[in-house]
Design a binder for this molecule. Structure first.
Ligand SMILES: CC(C)(COP(=O)(O)OP(=O)(O)OC[C@H]1O[C@@H](n2cnc3c(N)ncnc32)[C@H](O)[C@@H]1OP(=O)(O)O)[C@@H](O)C(=O)NCCC(=O)NCCS
Length: 193
């Protein structure tokens, strides 16, 4: 297995690898048809095995979206490995490459948002990230086509509501699980390097 930098010629392979890697996760509806571009400098690596792209990691440096340490912090925006290549240390190798590069550039902090998929949470914890529970919020998809959604701070009359994705505070979880088909926790993890 080889880890190398992403280049523009890899875009189609990146898009296909991301689609297949996220299909069995709670991100299955988050389909990207093009590779994302980041406003600040980024580290973008691919894992290559059997001559194909089997994994990827994207990290933006000094992102405006960081919750802290914007001056020497980084944020992971994308990490995935094809299902049939998992459990072989590929995500770990991608992260090790990023970590080495961050340290070389004197970055001392990294964070990421992820949802409540067990493999992703287990992975981040295993490599040393710590969850910052106070940032957890919910991403919800209602059950019904037409529905009044009543939250503590707003009433929403929603049509075609099953296509609607909305965010809510973690404290609403019990109530929302009764009226939604998906209630996903969005979690922040952080590590000091
Ligand atoms: C999360 C993901 C990237 C892990 O990739 P991977 O190459 O299988 O991970 P690794 O083999 O490097 O695993 C390293 C460690 O993470 C933990 N881990 C990874 N997957 C796990 C799983 N399914 N169950 C339990 N622990 C797991 C283990 O501790 C593992 O170490 P070990 O094998 O020595 O026990 C992969 O499952 C994936 O692509 N998931 C879908 C996309 C996604 O959710 N991305 C993250 C959101 S941005």
């Amino acid at each position: 297995m080889e880890i190398r930098e992403y280049c523009v010629e890899d875009e189609k392979d990146w898009v296909e690898c991301r689609l297949l890697s996220f299909l069995d996760s709670t991100y299955y509806k988050d389909v990207k048809k093009e590779k994302e571009k980041y406003p600040n400098h980024s580290l973008e690596y691919l894992a290559i095995e059997d001559g194909k792209v089997v994994g990827f990691i994207d990290v933006e440096l000094n992102s405006d979206d960081l919750t802290q340490n914007k001056e020497n912090g980084a944020i992971i925006w994308n990490l995935g490995v094809l299902p049939s290549y998992r459990g072989k240390g590929i995500a770990n190798s991608l992260w090790e490459k990023v970590k080495e590069e961050l340290k070389r550039k004197s970055f001392s902090y990294c964070e990421l948002w992820t949802q409540d998929d067990k493999p992703a949470n287990d992975f981040y914890r295993k490599v040393g990230f710590v969850q910052k529970s106070e940032f957890t919020y919910l991403r919800c998809r209602p059950k019904e086509v037409r529905q009044t959604i009543r939250l503590s701070d707003a009433d929403v009359n929603a049509y075609f509501a099953e296509d609607m994705l909305f965010q809510a505070s973690y404290s609403e979880k019990e109530k929302l699980e009764k009226i939604c088909k998906d209630v996903v926790e969005v979690r922040l993890y952080a590590i000091y390097l």
